[in-house]
Design a binder for this molecule. Structure first.
Ligand code: LIP
Length: 277
């Protein structure tokens, strides 16, 4: 049976590569940095230009499709996932890294139909790693199949997380407290590369057992969610139960044993949903 969405996925890979070239070129020049919700929530002209390039190209090739993009939403576009084929795009995941030249920056393109994720493309452009996954067809990095770690022991695991951009002291206390509890389980280590999409691809690659964060957005995780599940991993909410793409909370793990063990230690809190209006 022909794959309805393969053409869209091929296009996403082409766009991610093109966007990656723009991001790498921009690193050589002066970046125009702006703030969004706070002084630590950054955006650059490159984020906006790359998103515009992706939207324009998608609209030309797939005029019926819908679009949710980080910078379009910041500019006031609605963030609503409908049944329509929808591209969910973060033009630069890891903007703070990008601004500082910290070498983990990704272009993240997820695609959903009937509210179900169909494929994900994450291009970690400085590392030149193209992560791809199509539902039921496996996950790959530069064409090589990905498989999550088979570790079941939490005390033999590495867990990834981020401090995020929330500077509310109560939230920061909870973030530290969760990390402290997880570190003292003990685990082998806590890591985080500053990009939700790349952290999740590291779970898919088998080098970290789990990643969780509160405060991310649907465009940070949509593409990588397909990559994690196609690599054999699981996705859940930070309090257990199914992951809700619009809830701004995610836990990706190699298996349910590790995922549920982490859930017990996380001091959860809520963030304003992506689909609030
Ligand atoms: C980033 C996420 C990261 C999170 C940052 C930020 P952006 O996305 O990937 O996990 O800790 O606060 O949300 O803003 O660079 O696309």
């Amino acid at each position: 049976m022909p794959d309805l969405w393969q053409d869209a996925m091929d296009h996403a890979v082409t766009l991610a590569r093109k966007a990656g070239e723009i991001v790498k070129d921009a690193l050589q020049n002066d970046l125009k940095i702006m703030c969004k919700s706070s002084s630590v929530d950054l955006v650059t002209k490159t984020d906006q230009n790359v998103e515009q390039l992706i939207i324009t190209s998608v609209k030309e090739k797939f005029p019926e499709h819908s679009f949710i993009g980080e910078e379009s939403v910041a500019a006031g576009e609605p963030c609503v996932l409908t049944e329509n084929p929808t591209w969910i795009v973060d033009p630069v995941d890891g903007t703070t890294n990008f601004v500082h030249g910290y070498p983990f920056v990704a272009i993240s393109i997820g695609f959903a139909v009937n509210k179900m994720l169909e494929f994900g493309v994450v291009y970690s452009c400085i590392e030149d790693k193209m992560y791809t996954a199509r539902k039921e067809k496996g996950a790959f990095c530069n064409g090589q199949p990905l498989q999550v770690s088979d570790q079941k022991e939490i005390n033999q695991s590495i867990i990834a997380t981020e401090f995020g951009s929330n500077r509310d002291p109560d939230a920061v206390d909870k973030i530290f407290s969760s990390m402290r509890k997880i570190l003292c389980l003990p685990v082998h280590g806590i890591r985080g590369v500053g990009s939700a999409a790349i952290n999740m691809c590291l779970v898919a690659s088998g080098c970290v057992e789990a990643y969780y964060e509160i405060g991310i957005h649907c465009w940070d995780v949509a593409a990588a969610a397909v990559i994690v599940s196609e690599a054999g991993g699981v996705l859940m909410d930070v309090e257990g139960g199914p992951m809700d793409l619009m809830s701004r909370r995610v836990l990706a793990a190699n298996n349910n044993i590790i995922g549920e063990r982490i859930v017990k230690e996380i001091e959860a809190f809520s963030a304003v949903r992506d689909d609030h209006n």
